[in-house]
Ligand binder design. Structure first.
Ligand SMILES: NC(=O)c1ccc[n+]([C@@H]2O[C@H](COP(=O)([O-])OP(=O)(O)OC[C@H]3O[C@@H](n4cnc5c(N)ncnc54)[C@H](OP(=O)(O)O)[C@@H]3O)[C@@H](O)[C@H]2O)c1
Length: 406
């Protein structure tokens, strides 16, 4: 009997709940809680119509409030929390897990509300307390971070003695028909892409201007797309856990229309998180912009096209050069048909379910705070194939530095 509490009824929460409901032997009892309980009830009723039983129970919770979280946990007694609310809630939910002695999983690292900065230091600082409490925290069990970490661990286990370089490539070629919309929480997305780029080389982090470095890459099953160098959180944990890695970069594609609108928002300050005075009240421009933009949860029925996310990894085995490209291609419409959510929510929600499954089945276990690449990748990779995210693992001699920039 494994009761789980999922927190956050957004796009990712919808997928995790659907996927957990498909596996009653693992997730025998599922609670979904969020700030707005009607969103949980909507997801629960969708699932009831698909799986013919009504196992999803719902609750209202403010996940910024530790006593409220602890009271809910004590009432329903789950084995673990799957946190798919926002990165701002990571620490309060970890505190509540500590106080009630249950396991924790999330898909994005903590970020303070008032500063566009995300890093693992805050959550790694819980290491000793989670160890002492005998409970597990699994950090970043989405796609990137998440599956990209597992792809790297799998490559190290099966193809390499030494990994020298890792390039993580994230392409969303989905078209939702809007001039501008983000596929996950707009506030988090815009904070991420307007930050300086950063990559890892020879033990140092090297900063670049936002969107200053680009390459044209021919993505399998999608075609050529312009991708931009960004900082992304999985590089921080991979730098710590992949011995001797010399260089790591993260690349993401954006459409011309997305970039044009983003530039205008930046030029007029709509991406700012500094509060301003408006008609006698304080408002945060980025939160105001979020209120104007389409809700990512509504993009599902409109989005067509594919995503391709993966890692190009180079290094050596038996002193010979090896180069692999491990990637998944997902189709937005197929994802929607199964879970009423578009591909970006799907590719995040499925690994969150699999991470929780690994923990409940004790294939991944141990007291403390863990990143995905620290566990055996094989059972996770097998589950990706089985539960909706099949992957390809091919030889690849592409030199990203030699690619055109336009
Ligand atoms: N690793 C990856 O590959 C990856 C990719 C995409 C997203 N993510 C992460 O996945 C998470 C969910 O993303 P999403 O696209 O589903 O976002 P979303 O659609 O904005 O959903 C977030 C949900 O969290 C709830 N929430 C926010 N603050 C809360 C609070 N204080 N108490 C309780 N519930 C609260 C919201 O509730 P209300 O609607 O009631 O306000 C909303 O339902 C984010 O952390 C995001 O960064 C990870």
């Amino acid at each position: 009997m494994s009761r789980v509490l999922i927190i956050g009824a957004g796009g990712v929460g919808r997928v995790v709940t659907h996927k957990c409901a498909q596996l009653p032997d693992v997730f025998s009892d599922i609670w979904l809680a969020s700030r707005t309980v009607s969103k949980c009830e909507q997801i629960a009723s969708e699932i009831a119509s698909k799986v013919s039983d009504n196992r999803i129970k719902t609750a209202q919770v403010d996940a910024d409030n530790v006593p409220e979280l602890v009271a809910l946990i004590r009432k329903i007694k789950p084995k673990m929390i799957i946190n798919v609310a926002l990165p701002y809630q990571d620490l309060t939910i970890m505190d509540a897990c500590l106080e009630s002695g249950i396991h924790y999983l999330d898909t994005a690292n903590y970020e303070p509300l008032d500063e566009a900065k995300f890093e693992y230091s805050w959550q790694w600082a819980y290491q000793e307390r989670f160890k002492a409490a005998g409970i597990t925290a699994l950090l970043g069990s989405g796609f990137d971070p998440g599956v990209t970490n597992v792809f790297t661990a799998y490559a190290l286990k099966h193809h390499f003695d030494q990994i020298d370089t890792i390039d993580i490539l994230d392409c969303n070629a989905g078209d939702h028909g809007y001039a501008f919309a983000t596929n996950f929480n707009p506030e988090i997305n815009i904070r991420e892409v307007t930050a300086n780029g950063r990559y890892f080389e020879n033990g140092q982090w090297i900063e670049t201007q936002p969107m200053a470095v680009s390459r044209l890459f021919d993505f399998p099953q999608i075609g050529p797309r312009k991708m931009f160098l960004l900082y992304h959180e999985e590089m921080e944990s991979l730098a710590r856990h992949i011995p001797g890695v010399k260089r790591m970069r993260f690349w993401m594609t954006f459409s011309e229309s997305y970039l044009k609108h983003l530039e205008v928002f930046q030029n007029i300050g709509l991406d700012s998180i500094e509060p301003i005075e408006f008609q006698g009240q304080q408002i945060v421009p980025l939160q105001f912009l979020k209120a104007l933009l389409p809700d990512p949860a509504t993009l599902g029925p409109r989005t067509k096209g594919k995503t391709n996310i993966g890692c190009i990894i180079k290094g050596t085995k038996d002193n010979k050069p090896v180069s692999r490209y491990i990637y998944n291609v997902s189709d937005h419409e197929v994802c929607f048909k199964e879970t009423n959510a578009q591909g970006v929510s799907y590719t995040t929600g499925v690994p969150a379910m699999i991470g929780a499954k690994m923990m409940l089945e004790e294939k991944w276990s141990g007291a403390g705070v863990w990143n995905m690449e620290q566990f055996d990748p094989d059972p996770f990779m097998a589950d990706l194939k089985q539960y909706g995210l099949p992957w390809n693992d091919v030889e690849c001699d592409i030199d990203i530095d030699g690619l055109p920039t336009e």
